[in-house]
Structures are given as structure tokens and as C-alpha cells.
Design a protein around this ligand. Structure first.
Ligand SMILES: [Zn+2]
Length: 258
């Protein structure tokens, strides 16, 4: 198997790479491990001391659970695997608190975490809106969990597709193609059609263009383009490292059983 990095967009937390000499079975295993097994921190228990906002306690709890929390996989352990036996200790639980009483939006950055490395990822994510004299005071416990138990623990999104190969022949209607091409795959100048190579891998409309004009042909190779997009708890590289560790762990488990 050979891997070639295609594009890394740090600001979007997105990474894509080309996998050669592999197959869908392996690549889909990676995808499912990322969505279901790679652990992240998320708020699981909340204690409400005061909530006079318009949101019900349950809604407030759900919102806090869904706000991505920066995750440090080296310092935390899943409760099931923790030495404390699941009772709760500094290695498997993170405490946060939120106290707000000012009119207007309450943002994620107002929450205080006991671990400065693990705070809410997006400071300006709104939690609740308060009217005059309304208050919210809660303490939260975040734990490591997995996407297969609740989507709030999923570290991001992963998907793959076959590598497309586009060739431009004799295009019969360049004007129509120019009108319908909305993702910049083709540059059309004086009825001459030019392929913009950089945009090909990102396009989802290639088959449509091929259908539109016989001059465009699209073929798919055996290579796979894999894309990981992080919600912010972990970097894309941390997600892939953790995914590889989990795969090895599973192989060893199987090996031990045989
Ligand atoms: Zn513990």
C-alpha cells in the first residue's frame, strides 16, 4: 500500500490523501473506526444549580454535550479501561463549570475547565440566551467516549471515493458546459475547454458533465481518495494515529483468541 498526501487544510481541519494498492474493505474499516471508535471528550453528566433561562434543563444539557471539547488522549482514559474501575478519577473525568447571569448570549468560552489543555474548542459557540435577571449555573463532567455510543463523541467525518480521471475530447456544446459547470473543473475560453486539474478531486459533478457532453469522459482508477474532517477535538493526524492504534489493538485481540 502506498499513501500520498493530497491536501491539508488546517483552518478547516481537513486532510485528504490518495491510497494506492489497497481496496474498499480496508479503507472502509478505517472510515468506520474513525466514526465509531476513536474516542474524544464530551460532557456526559451535568449538575444544574440554577437554570432560569428559556431552555429546559434537558436542552441545556444536550447543547453542552454537543459542544466539541479539545481532547488530550495521552492524559485521559476511557472509564471502562481506567485503573479506578470506572468509579471516576482525574484520569477518566474532566470537570467544567459555567456560571452566567448577564443579559444576552452565553458563549462556550465562559465555561471554566479544570484542565487548561481541555477546553471548549470554539469560544464563540452560543450555549443559551439569557434575558434580564435570568441565570445559569452548572457543573459538568466530561468523559472519553465513542461515536458508536453517541454522536457527540465522534471526532469528525471520514469518507472515500475512487480517483477520477477526466479527459477532455471534442466538446460539442462548450457554452452549455460553461453554464452548468459550477465547481470550476473546466475553464472555458473562446469555446476552448480546459481542465483545471486542482479541482478534479473535489468535484462531485464529474459524471454529470460526462452525461451532459460526449466530449467529456470520466474513468475511475483503483486508487482511493480518503478525506478526514475533524470537528476540532483532535487534529486530523491524531484521529488517524488513534485509528491505527485501535486497528492494531483489535488485530491483537483477534490473534489472542485464535
Ligand atoms: Zn478513572
Amino acid at each position: 500500500m502506498k499513501i500520498q498526501k493530497l491536501k491539508e487544510e488546517r483552518k478547516k481541519n481537513k486532510l485528504s490523501f490518495l491510497i494506492k494498492e489497497s481496496n474498499e474493505v480496508f479503507v472502509n474499516t478505517l472510515r468506520r473506526l474513525i466514526l465509531e471508535e476513536v474516542p474524544t471528550l464530551a460532557v456526559e453528566d451535568i449538575e444544574i444549580k440554577e437554570n432560569s433561562s428559556a431552555l429546559f434543563d434537558e436542552m441545556l444539557g444536550l447543547r453542552l454535550g454537543l459542544i466539541p471539547l479539545k481532547t488530550d488522549l495521552k492524559s485521559y482514559e476511557r472509564k471502562e479501561k481506567c485503573k479506578c474501575g470506572g468509579e471516576g478519577c482525574a484520569r477518566c473525568e474532566l470537570k467544567l463549570s459555567l456560571k452566567a447571569g448577564k443579559k444576552g448570549y452565553v458563549y462556550a468560552e465562559e465555561a471554566k475547565s479544570t484542565d487548561p489543555k481541555c477546553t471548549f474548542v470554539y469560544p464563540t459557540m452560543p450555549v443559551v440566551k439569557l434575558l434580564a435577571k435570568q441565570k445559569v449555573e452548572v457543573t459538568m463532567t466530561a468523559i472519553l467516549g465513542r461515536g458508536k455510543d453517541h454522536a457527540k463523541w465522534a471526532p469528525g467525518w471520514a469518507f472515500y471515493k475512487h480517483e477520477p480521471e477526466v479527459t477532455v475530447g471534442k466538446v460539442s456544446n462548450p457554452e452549455l458546459l460553461a453554464e452548468k459547470c459550477t465547481d470550476g473543473v473546466f475553464e472555458i475560453d473562446n469555446n476552448k475547454v480546459k481542465l483545471v486539474e486542482d479541482k478534479v478531486y473535489d468535484s462531485n459533478l464529474l459524471d454529470y458533465y460526462a452525461e451532459l457532453d460526449k466530449g467529456i469522459t470520466v474513468k475511475y482508477t483503483d486508487n482511493l481518495i480518503f478525506t478526514v474532517e475533524s470537528w476540532g477535538q483532535l487534529s486530523t493526524k491524531e484521529i488517524l494515529h488513534s485509528c491505527a492504534d485501535i486497528l492494531l489493538e483489535k488485530i491483537n485481540e483477534l490473534d489472542a483468541l485464535l
